[in-house]
Design a protein around this ligand. Structure first.
Ligand code: GLN
Length: 277
């Protein structure tokens, strides 16, 4: 549909909310209209009668159509906020989740040396590494990802934010330069290949390589827990995110590999979603 004439914000939003449906149609519609018009979400409420020019109405219409089809809001906006940092996102990586901010919180509470060497394994957009670098200017934060597009994206996010994170292309530990870390942190793929959750919502538009890890979802966690000790300094920490029903299995992996001080931690939804040791 091509609209030649302008429409009011209110009219556009009402129609869009109906078409988008799902869990947060108002928020989604306001974010998309804000993206197209450059106006803030609060301005739509303060001035609902404001006219939006015809070309912007068309662009909004296109984005609403895509959202109604299920395209993630972050892909349509091109960015996602994580730890209050605006990160560029692309279909090459996982979209950073609020849950993963818990991993950052836990990392920041660990007793680490002042100039700690930290590695974010499988960094995607760079979210975890950048959040940590934004909080601890004295830490030396590195990040790796096996996907070239993810490496480029994380590097560009680091540049954009002016944060000194070194991003390396490496599938887990395979191509890392020799060295040891005080903290290795990771949000690896951990969904089981036959999980029905993979057919719903944003995950349908995210790369399987960032989500799926073998029949029980633990293939990558097994590898990481097994190899991490060879890359950790004495007294160093490994901290990983996992599924809500994997804490026991992941704790066992840590124990079998000789880790001490093993603990699982809860996410904002009160579920054990992280393990450290
Ligand atoms: N938590 C994400 C989800 O369930 C998956 C993230 C991951 O596999 N690392 O959608």
């Amino acid at each position: 549909m091509t609209s030649k004439s302008s429409l009011t914000c209110e009219r556009l939003l009402t129609k869009a909310i109906e078409r988008i449906g799902g869990d947060s149609p108002r928020l989604d519609a306001e974010l998309l209209l804000g993206h197209v018009t450059g106006l803030s979400r609060t301005s739509f409420r303060a001035w609902p009668e404001r006219e939006v020019p015809g070309e912007q109405c068309d662009e909004f219409d296109r984005l609403v159509f895509e959202r109604a089809q299920g395209r993630p809001i972050a892909h349509l906006l091109g960015h996602q906020e994580f730890w209050s940092l605006p990160l560029r996102v692309s279909p090459a990586t996982l979209i950073p989740r609020p849950d993963t901010e818990c991993l950052v919180e836990v990392a920041l509470t660990l007793p680490l040396p002042g100039s700690a060497h930290v590695l974010d394994l499988g960094t995607g957009t760079g979210a975890i590494a950048l959040a940590l670098a934004s909080e601890r200017a004295d830490w030396q934060v590195s990040a790796c990802d096996c996907v070239d597009d993810a490496v480029q994206l994380a590097q560009s996010n680091a540049r954009q934010l002016g944060l000194p994170v070194k991003v390396i292309q490496s599938s887990w530990f395979t191509r890392l330069p020799p060295g040891r870390f005080d903290l290795i942190v990771s949000n690896p793929p951990y969904i089981a290949a036959d999980d029905r959750h993979l057919d719903e919502g944003d995950v349908r538009y995210e790369p399987a390589s960032a989500l799926v890890a073998g029949p029980d979802g633990l293939d990558d966690l097994r590898l990481i827990v097994d190899q991490a000790p060879d890359w950790l300094n004495d007294g160093g920490w490994l901290l990983v995110e996992h599924g809500y029903d994997q804490a026991e299995a992941v704790q066992r992996l840590f124990r079998e590999r000789g880790f001490g001080a093993i603990e699982s931690r809860k996410d904002y939804g009160d579920r054990e979603r992280m393990t450290l040791g």
